[in-house]
Design a protein around this ligand. Structure first.
Ligand code: F6P
Length: 375
C-alpha cells in the first residue's frame, strides 16, 4: 500500500479527463460531500465529471449520465442522501430480469457495463459504496473497468478503513433517540427496547447505547441469553430508577439462535433484517412482568445532514479518490489508516468484516459501568 502523495504534476496533466462517479447500495450521510469533493478536485485538474444515475442503471439509459459541473454540486456537501440516486438491486453481475411468466432470473451484464463505459468515452469510475457495491466494483475492475472505490456504510463494518463516513451521523441520530426515550421510559416505568442498524456488527448499537446510557446492549458479536438480559433489568428496577433502556443491533442473536429476518416481499431483494427488538421486548415483559415497548429506528439512521466529522471524512475521501485516478491506482479503495488516507486493493478490502473487538476500550468501559451485553 502506498500513501497518496507521490503524484507528479506531469502525471496530473497526462491522465484521465472524463471521470464518472456512482453511488451504490444503501445511502449514507456524506455521499453528497464525497461527490462534491471529487467533482471540484477533478474540475480543478481540468477534467470532465459525470454522475451515473442509480448505481450502474444510468449506463443503460439515454439520459442516465449527468454532467457534474460546479453549479450542480454547489451546496450539496451539507446534505444527506445522494444526488445521483442509488439502488441495492443493481448488481451488474446478477441483474434481475423478469421472465414472461413474472418470475425473476438474474443475468450477468458486466461485459455490457464495461463496453458502455468505453462507448461513453469514460476514462475512470469512482464507485462509492459499501461491501456489496465495492465487491461489484472489484469484479468490474477484474473485467477491465478502471475503477477506484470509496467506502461508505453507516454500519462501519469494513476492516480496511478505520471508519466509514455516515457512521458518525447514524450514531448521533441513534444516541439522540435513546436520550429522548429516557423521559418516556421513566414516566411510565417501562423497559424500552430500541433496534438500530447493524447486520453483522454492533458498532452503532455499542456507540449509541453507551453514549445514551443504555443498561443492556445486544450486538451480533456477543450472542445473548434472556436470563442475563432480565437479570440486569431486574437489578436496576430493584436498586434504582424503575425503567430501563435496551439497545439492540438488528443482527443480534441469542446463544445458539439466529437473527430475525423480515419476509422477502419482492423477488431479487437482499435478505432484510428486522424484528429483534419486538422479540426481545416480548420476552422481557413475559419474563419480568415489567411493561415493555419496542421501537425500530430504521432508515432514520441513514437520513439527515452529515455531522461535521462525516463531512470532513467524506471531503477527504472524495479528493483522495481523484488523486488515485490521477495515480492510476485502479482496483484500489480509499481507506482511512491514520495518520494517512491510503489506497488499499479492493479485492482484499471487501473481504474482511470489521467486528467490534470484544476486548476493546468501549466494550470494557461499558462493562465497568455495569452495562450488560447479555452474555
Ligand atoms: O448497510 C446499511 C444498512 O443500513 C443495514 O444496516 C440495513 O440492514 C440495511 O442497510 C437496510 O437497507 P435497505 O432497507 O435499504 O435494503
Amino acid at each position: 500500500m502506498e500513501a497518496l502523495n507521490s503524484v507528479t504534476a506531469e502525471a496530473a496533466t497526462r491522465h484521465p479527463r472524463r471521470v464518472a462517479i456512482n453511488t451504490g447500495g444503501g445511502d449514507a450521510p456524506g455521499l453528497n460531500a464525497v461527490i462534491h469533493s471529487a467533482v471540484l478536485s477533478a474540475l480543478n485538474l481540468g477534467w470532465e465529471v459525470f454522475g451515473i444515475r442509480k448505481g450502474y442503471e444510468g449506463l443503460f439509459q439515454d439520459d442516465g449520465l449527468i454532467a457534474l459541473d460546479r453549479s450542480r454540486v454547489q451546496g450539496i456537501a451539507r446534505t444527506g442522501g445522494t444526488i445521483l440516486g442509488t439502488t441495492n438491486r443493481g448488481n451488474p453481475l446478477e441483474w434481475p430480469r423478469e421472465r414472461p411468466d413474472g418470475t425473476v432470473e438474474t443475468v450477468d451484464r458486466s461485459a455490457e457495463i464495461v463496453e458502455r463505459f468505453r462507448q461513453r468515452k469514460l476514462d475512470a469510475l469512482i464507485a462509492i459504496g459499501g461491501d456489496g457495491s465495492l465487491s461489484i466494483a472489484s469484479a468490474l475492475y477484474e473485467r477491465g473497468l478502471p475503477v477506484v472505490g470509496v467506502p461508505k456504510t453507516i454500519d462501519n463494518d469494513l476492516a480496511a478503513t478505520q471508519v466509514t463516513f455516515g457512521f458518525h451521523t447514524a450514531v448521533q441520530t441513534a444516541s439522540d433517540a435513546v436520550d429522548k426515550l429516557h423521559a418516556t421510559a421513566e414516566s411510565h416505568e417501562r423497559v424500552m427496547v430500541v433496534e438500530v442498524m447493524g447486520r453483522h456488527t454492533g458498532w452503532i448499537a455499542l456507540h449509541a447505547g453507551l453514549s445514551g446510557s443504555a443498561d443492556v446492549i445486544l450486538i451480533p458479536e456477543i450472542p445473548y441469553t434472556m436470563e442475563s438480559v432480565t437479570r440486569r433489568i431486574e437489578s436496576r428496577y430493584s436498586q434504582g430508577p424503575r425503567y430501563s433502556i435496551v439497545v439492540v443491533a438488528e443482527g443480534a442473536k441469542p446463544v445458539g439462535g439466529e437473527p430475525v429476518f423480515k419476509a422477502q416481499t419482492r423477488p431479487g431483494d437482499n435478505l432484510r433484517y428486522g424484528g429483534i427488538a419486538e422479540r426481545v421486548a416480548d420476552q422481557i415483559q413475559e419474563q419480568t412482568g415489567f411493561e415493555t415497548r419496542a421501537l425500530v429506528l430504521g432508515h432514520l439512521q441513514r437520513g439527515g445532514n452529515p455531522t461535521a466529522y462525516d463531512r470532513l471524512l467524506s471531503l477527504e475521501f472524495g479528493a483522495a479518490a481523484v488523486d488515485m485516478v490521477r495515480d492510476e491506482a485502479f482496483g484500489c479503495m480509499v481507506a482511512l489508516q491514520p495518520p494517512e488516507i491510503r489506497a488499499v486493493p479492493l479485492a482484499e478490502a471487501v473481504k474482511a468484516v470489521k467486528s467490534v473487538p470484544l476486548d476493546g476500550d468501549l466494550v470494557r468501559t461499558a462493562r465497568r459501568l455495569g452495562v450488560s451485553f447479555g452474555d
